[in-house]
Design a protein around this ligand. Structure first.
Ligand SMILES: N[C@@H](CCC(=O)N[C@@H](CS)C(=O)NCC(=O)O)C(=O)O
Length: 206
């Protein structure tokens, strides 16, 4: 059986967890925290979570794990068949990660972990995040899902990146990422209603 390594407060881990739940693939959860120990690095080369254990070995990087899950052909499809539509989903996944998740992440230390980040980092995060949100407004379909009429991996990148980016923006950047972006707010609310998302959230609270 597949084994997913990570911890419930990790948004990337939750992206994979919800994908496995939505696909209906059986998996086991193994508690793991980022580490630079040799043994850990032999499973997750950058020392991060999540990583996935499959019969052949270990896989890390969330988008790569999503691709692998899709390539196995098991469970509910979370990417369109059409190559263009498929690429558009990947485009959104990448844009959300690079231009929303990562700028917000640069401020996580202060927003969530009691640390501080410099004013320069905040200024850059605000500029980058504003561009990322503007890009998502342009490229997202919200019809009703982020990439169109079907639920895809892009929705999981979306919901578990914007939730934290929204908190960072409000707490530290004097910015409301949802202003003039009702579609995003509505989609997050409806995704959070799904049984899979409720399970992820319950595990987080526990
Ligand atoms: N690019 C990685 C990012 C994963 C990531 O940043 N995970 C965080 C936890 S949410 C982590 O392991 N941080 C520890 C570190 O960066 O050393 C992916 O797509 O999986």
């Amino acid at each position: 059986m597949l084994k997913l390594y990570g911890f419930p407060l990790s948004n990337y881990y939750n992206m994979i967890k919800i994908a496995l739940l939505e696909k209906g693939i059986e998996f086991e959860l193994v508690d793991a925290h980022p580490s630079q120990d040799d043994d850990y690095l032999s499973h997750s080369p950058m020392g991060k979570v999540p990583y996935l254990e499959i019969p052949e070995g270990f896989l890390s990087e969330t988008n790569v794990i999503c691709e692998y899950l899709e390539d196995t052909g098991e469970g509910v499809a979370l990417l369109p068949i059409d190559p263009y539509e498929r690429a558009k989903v990947r485009e959104l996944m990448k844009e959300i990660e690079l231009y929303i998740e990562l700028p917000a992440r640069s401020c996580y230390a202060e927003a969530f972990f009691g640390g501080t980040v410099s004013e320069a980092v905040k200024v850059k995060a605000k500029t980058d995040l504003s561009k990322g949100i503007a890009g998502l407004k342009r490229n997202g379909k919200f019809a009703p899902y982020v990439a169109g009429s079907e639920l895809t991996y892009a929705d999981f990148f979306f919901m578990y990146s914007l939730n934290l980016a929204g908190i960072v923006a409000k707490k530290l950047l004097d910015m409301d990422i949802y202003s003039d972006f009702g579609e995003a707010k509505d989609l997050i609310a409806s995704l959070n209603e799904r049984e899979s998302a409720r399970q992820v959230s319950a595990d987080q609270k526990a």
